[in-house]
Design a protein around this ligand. Structure first.
Ligand SMILES: [Fe+2]
Length: 352
């Protein structure tokens, strides 16, 4: 059974309606005006409101407006003997759930309307609760997802830090093996990034390029010092050992989860654009762009550096060497970008 609020300024009408409702087993609250009705609603929160349309001191519109604002889930049924069709339409649009005319000639029909409204209100309440439940569940899921994202970011950050530490260790190991390359790897990394940037590569590719530059000769850890620092020409066997540094570097790096083809670029950095390089004789577009950029940066930086067996070239001679081999040793696009970088550096006063 329901709690029904009946608002009507006519005592006889209230008596008839309320007695009938009580006979049906409902709990009934009575109000003789809209103000009294609203006050009772705020105090007792009935399940349904039955309201007259025209009453002194505030009409049914006031009741409907208040209910639409304060308790839209509670049904309001207007019962009027004087309202026009236009008023009926207006008050239904305002938020009344149904509109009945006085006198109530069929009480069973009145009872049916009441039950229908209460059923509708119960269904609406259940749907609202269900939606609220879904909303809470969504909020919970969002919180969990946010937590996962934070954990993921944390793990990613720890992984990046571990990779950085590992790279640093490899770097130190290579420096121990071949001190003559001190600064060379940083120089290759910096020039590679400048060339890649000039070619419009994105941030992630440039980061991979930087790592590949720092690590490109890491495989030289496995090459004996006396071969690395030999002043005279290398024998065929020694040359084979030196050349094995690219495959060795690849083996060292291939299982590190870099965000880019770092190990592959290291493997290919001695390939040549015309296919005459090593280890696989790849040519032109068959060589990773990162490796083609590394090749230019590596040779330029090496030419400019002093080595135990020769002094370094001046930047203009080293640049001339690179430009003269565009399309044979080096990728022409990379050489063009390299030339732009060198010109810019020259204008900015850098020597290498
Ligand atoms: Fe190399």
């Amino acid at each position: 059974m329901a709690k029904v609020l009946c608002i009507d300024d006519e005592p006889l009408m209230r008596l008839v309606t309320c007695d009938y409702l009580k006979d049906m087993g409902h709990e009934v609250l009575e109000a003789a005006s809209s103000a009294e009705g609203i006050a009772l609603f705020q105090k007792h929160h009935p399940d349904i409101v039955l309201s007259d349309l025209r009453m002194p001191g505030g009409d049914g519109f006031l009741v409907v407006e208040h209910m639409a604002e304060e308790a839209p889930d509670t049904p309001v049924v207007i019962i009027s003997g004087t309202g026009t069709v236009a008023e009926a339409v207006k008050i239904l649009r305002l938020g009344a759930w149904d509109y009945l005319t006085k006198p109530l000639t069929s009480m069973p029909l009145f009872a049916q309307t009441l039950e229908r409204m209460l059923d509708k209100a119960r269904a609406l309440k259940a749907t609202t609760q269900h939606l609220r439940g879904l909303e809470l569940r969504n909020q919970e899921l969002e919180r969990k997802l946010l937590g996962c994202a934070c954990n993921h970011r944390g793990m990613k950050s720890r992984l990046a830090a571990a990779i950085k530490a590992g790279i640093n260790s490899l770097h130190i190991a290579l420096h121990e093996q071949d001190p003559s390359t001190a600064g060379h790897n940083e120089g290759v990394a910096r020039l590679s990034v400048d060339i890649g940037s000039s070619m419009g590569l994105g941030e992630q590719r440039l980061e991979a390029l930087k790592l590949a530059g720092l690590l490109h000769d890491i495989g030289k850890i496995a090459v004996p010092k006396d071969i690395l620092n030999k002043r005279g020409p290398l024998s065929a066997k020694e040359l084979k050992i030196v050349r094995s540094h690219v495959a060795c570097g690849y083996r060292i790096l291939r299982n590190i989860p870099f965000e880019g083809p770092v190990a592959e670029a290291v493997l290919q950095h001695h390939e040549r654009f015309d296919g005459s390089g090593y280890p696989n004789g790849l040519a032109s577009g068959g060589i990773l762009l990162e490796a083609r950029i590394l090749a230019v940066a590596d040779v330029y930086d090496a030419l400019c550096s002093d080595r135990p067996y020769r002094p370094g070239l001046c930047p203009s001679d080293a640049t001339g060497y690179i430009l003269g081999r565009a399309g044979t040793h080096f990728c022409p696009l990379c050489v063009t970008a390299f030339e732009q970088v060198i010109s810019k550096r020259h204008m900015e006063g850098e020597t290498q």
